[in-house]
Design a protein around this ligand. Structure first.
Ligand SMILES: [Zn+2]
Length: 161
């Protein structure tokens, strides 16, 4: 389901790096002797590991909360990929939900890297807007109407202006 037709290639590749534990988090850089401290770029409260960034960090939690609010979803911060994979619903709903999870993680990492370089943290509303813009354009490019009634209602609830 990571390789589903809704997901953007850059999000799939990024998710693949997460699953392979190959992101250069500060904890990893410190271990390699490249960085002398490992505190999270976003919350500055804990060691920046993948687990922290995507499951525990208060800033990433705020980003997912904002995405959930806008899309009437209830993606958990912890274990979101597994949650997405075990979802029920139609193929379209599961595919789009998975796309949202992957896009959220991608943009959290982007935010983290930007914050590391620039030392300024953007608000979670801005990140959510960025995620939604990408998702909407992907959906517009891929969706084929007419939809099944179940899918149409689900889609209207979330993506109609
Ligand atoms: Zn953090």
């Amino acid at each position: 389901m990571i390789w589903n037709p809704w997901s953007l290639p850059k999000h799939i590749i990024f998710t693949w790096s997460i699953l392979n534990e190959s992101l250069n988090t500060k904890a990893k850089l410190k271990r390699l002797g490249i960085c002398d401290e490992a505190v999270c770029c976003l919350c500055a409260q804990d060691e920046e590991t993948q687990l922290h960034l995507f499951s525990r960090c208060t800033i990433s939690k705020m980003v997912f909360a904002e995405i959930n609010k806008r899309l009437k979803m209830n993606i958990p911060q912890e274990n979101s990929l597994n949650w997405g994979l075990s979802r029920r619903g139609t193929k379209m709903q599961r595919g789009i939900q998975m796309m949202v999870i992957m896009a959220g993680m991608y943009h959290i990492w982007y935010l983290r890297s930007k914050t590391r370089l620039e030392g300024m943290l953007e608000r979670s509303e801005i990140i959510a807007t960025r995620v939604l813009k990408e998702i909407r354009s992907r959906i517009q490019a891929r969706i084929k109407f007419p939809l099944a009634i179940k899918d149409q209602k689900w889609y209207d609830d979330r993506f109609l202006p």
